[in-house]
Structures are given as C-alpha cells and as structure tokens.
Write a protein that binds this ligand. Structure first.
Ligand SMILES: Cc1cc2nc3c(=O)[nH]c(=O)nc-3n(C[C@H](O)[C@H](O)[C@H](O)COP(=O)(O)OP(=O)(O)OC[C@H]3O[C@@H](n4cnc5c(N)ncnc54)[C@H](O)[C@@H]3O)c2cc1C
Length: 221
C-alpha cells in the first residue's frame, strides 16, 4: 500500500452511535485521533434508541451490559432491574455518551450511503445521505448486527387499514423520548414472530387485547 500524501478530513470515522460506536469514538479520541461519527438516528443509543416496543428489555443480566472496563462510568450506575428495560438502557447510553463526551463528535440524522477505499492513497471516501461527502484514514463500522429494519413481504401490508407497527420503529410520544403508549384494550391484535422480540411483546399486549393472534412461521428452537 502506498500513500500519495492526500490528507483525509478526519483520522477516523465511526458509523453508528450505539454502545459500540460510542466506545469506539471514545477510544479513538483517547488515542489523539480526530474523529467524526455519523448516526442515522437523531441521538445515541442504537438498539435501545430504535426498539421502544412494549416489553422491550435485556435478556442478558444488566450488569453484563455496562462498560465495566471504564472506571468512573459504570460504578455510578446501579441497575434498577436484573434485566433492565429499554428506557433505562437508553438512559444508560445517553449517560455513557455524556461521560465519554463523544456526542459533539457525531453528526446525527446522517446516514453513510457509500464508502470507497482508495488503496493507493490509503484513504476512505464516504458519501452521506445529505449529499455531502467526507474522507478519513480509518473507517470503523459500528452499524450493529440488528439495526436494519425489514417489513415482511406480505401482500397488502402497505395498504392495511388498521394500525400497524414494526417493533424497531415504535412511534415516539409527541415531543418526548419515550415510546407512545398504544391502547390495545378490546382490540383484535396480530403479532407476527415469536423470536426474542415476539416473546417480549406478546405477554404485554395480551394483558389488554380483546383477542390476540400470534403468527409463527418457524419455531426459534
Ligand atoms: C430488542 C433487542 C434486544 C437485545 N437484547 C440484548 C441483550 O439482552 N443482551 C445483548 O448482549 N445483546 C442484546 N441485543 C443485541 C444488541 O444489538 C447489542 O447488544 C448491542 O446493543 C449492539 O450495539 P451496537 O452499537 O453494535 O449496534 P446498534 O445498537 O445496532 O447501533 C448501530 C447504530 O448504527 C446506525 N447505523 C446503521 N447503519 C448506518 C449508516 N449507514 N449510517 C449511519 N448510521 C448507521 C444505526 O442507526 C444504529 O443506531 C439486543 C438487540 C435487540 C434489537
């Protein structure tokens, strides 16, 4: 690999502001790099920003989830539940981002749409969805294994006349950061999927729904 001497705008770019991206940005800053982060959402949190469905919580014990390697951050946090719920996880992500002071290094509501590596120049060029571009020496992808949403390819899904929700795009309360409380009482509700998310939503919706239909294509286990 040769370096033609072209200077990148940033030493490093981090894509994503979930738990991984926050920590990567912090670490790179500690190393003295100039860092720019890009996040499609309007704030930090990743998984816990996008998933606000009823019943959303950790299925691993809370203490395993904190940045226990970072002294000065975790000791301040006492988890309120053995398996923390989404609101607490989002608060934790915000707290961690503030403690690491990484928020100001991010551009939110900005999606990276393309990344091209020029081997001769040892330089990454990124395209962003606002039409601008950026360049960097090191590109770190922290886009998460589960952050892309996919609606099932079911005929009529887009013209369905009732209310419908995707678990990871649950509507937010007006002007707030929490989830909008959806009133299922007395209604006929269908839930598609019985994986980790389904088993969290189903018992909560079942508390008030008039009738609940659960659709499972393939059992998980
Ligand atoms: C509902 C749910 C429950 C889970 N429970 C657990 C659990 O109990 N224990 C456990 O260990 N793990 C759990 N996970 C897995 C979880 O994904 C990881 O633990 C962890 O939160 C992933 O963090 P991350 O930062 O790597 O990715 P994410 O949190 O997914 O963050 C990725 C971020 O990248 C952004 N992004 C993606 N593409 C682009 C782009 N092109 N441009 C700009 N931004 C982009 C996304 O908007 C997102 O905010 C759960 C996942 C889900 C969905």
């Amino acid at each position: 690999m040769s370096d033609t001497g072209k200077s990148p705008q940033f030493d490093a770019v981090v894509i994503g502001a979930g738990l991984t991206g926050i920590y990567q940005t912090h670490t790179l800053l500690q190393l003295g790099f100039s860092v720019q982060g890009y996040e499609a959402a309007d704030d930090v949190g990743g998984t816990w920003y996008w998933n606000r469905y009823p019943g959303c919580r950790l299925d691993t014990e809370s203490y395993t989830y904190g940045y226990f390697c970072l002294k000065g951050i975790t000791p301040e946090w006492t988890w309120s539940e053995l398996f923390a719920g989404q609101p607490e996880l989002l608060r934790y992500a915000n707290h961690a981002a503030d403690r690491m002071d990484v928020r100001r290094h991010y551009r939110f509501k900005t999606r990276v749409t393309r990344a091209v590596y020029d081997e001769a120049a040892n330089l990454w060029t990124l395209n962003l969805d606002d039409g601008s571009s950026a360049s960097c020496r090191y590109l770190l992808s922290a886009v998460g294994p589960l952050s892309a949403t996919r609606l099932p390819d079911i005929e009529g899904i887009r013209s369905f006349a009732g209310e419908s929700f995707h678990s990871s795009r649950w509507p937010r309360e007006a002007g707030g950061v929490g989830a909008r409380k959806v009133d299922f009482s007395g209604k006929r509700v269908g839930i598609i999927g019985t994986g980790a998310t389904g088993v969290q939503i189903i018992p909560v919706v079942a508390e008030t729904a008039g009738r609940l239909f659960v659709f499972q294509r393939t059992p998980n286990w």
